[in-house]
Design a protein around this ligand. Structure first.
Ligand code: MLT
Length: 209
């Protein structure tokens, strides 16, 4: 019995399904407008993080001193990956074809899953993410394509942290395109348009069966 809170919105079967991973305090549906902008015809699946901190949903815990609880991050990432497999099967989705759309906390867990676990998905748009674990990654991310965004005045994510994460992904073999805007931790129309341009350019939205 799964304890996951999920939402599924059907779409065309020849379009890559979108997996929506929310930011802190979000839920399984709140990225739907952005997913619909980026991939209007795709099926969309949202999975809610099962951690609650101060009433906010998240994908992993902080430590008492405000750092990241790396043990919990590992456990919760395993839970998320197994939930992705179960929910994909339920909706006839191949998890390898998922296009992950993550914001902040949800983007962080997706990048961590690529670098430190075995994540099935190959494409992701990760908005305002950060490096959680600076440990070198042994992952082989050949075939992975990702679009990352960052705000150069973001008080949560330093430029050094973002550059470090970008390097981890590139060193592991991922094809990375990064967008930096003069902005904080919030989304802008310009970055979402850039994400859409990137996605269309990859050709990964249309599935070849
Ligand atoms: C995190 O906790 O993952 C980051 O600080 C971003 C966020 O606030 O969600």
């Amino acid at each position: 019995m799964s304890d996951a809170q999920t939402a599924f919105f059907p779409g065309e079967s020849d379009k890559a399904p979108v997996l929506m991973l929310h930011g802190t305090g979000g839920d399984e549906t709140d990225l739907l407008p952005i997913a619909s902008f980026l991939a209007p015809d795709s099926p969309k699946l949202g999975i809610r993080g099962r951690i609650h901190e101060n009433g906010a949903n998240r994908y992993f815990k902080h430590t008492d001193d405000g750092g990241f609880d790396l043990d919990n991050l590992s456990t919760e990432t395993d839970w998320l990956l197994s939930t992705i497999v179960t929910e994909s099967a339920k909706h006839g989705i191949d998890p390898k074809q998922l296009l992950v759309l993550g914001f902040s906390n949800g983007a962080n867990v997706a990048a961590y899953a690529w670098l430190h676990k075995k994540a099935p998905f190959k494409t992701a748009i990760l908005l305002h993410l950060m490096m959680l674990d600076p440990q070198a990654s042994a992952a082989n991310l050949n075939g992975v394509a990702t679009f990352l965004t960052h705000g150069d005045v973001d008080p949560i994510v330093s430029s050094a942290n973002f550059t470090g994460l970008r390097r981890q992904l590139t060193d592991a073999g991922a094809a990375v395109e990064a967008y930096t805007g003069h902005q904080s931790h919030q989304l802008t129309r310009a970055e979402l348009s850039a994400a859409k341009t990137w996605l269309d350019k990859t050709g990964r939205l249309v599935l070849s069966h």
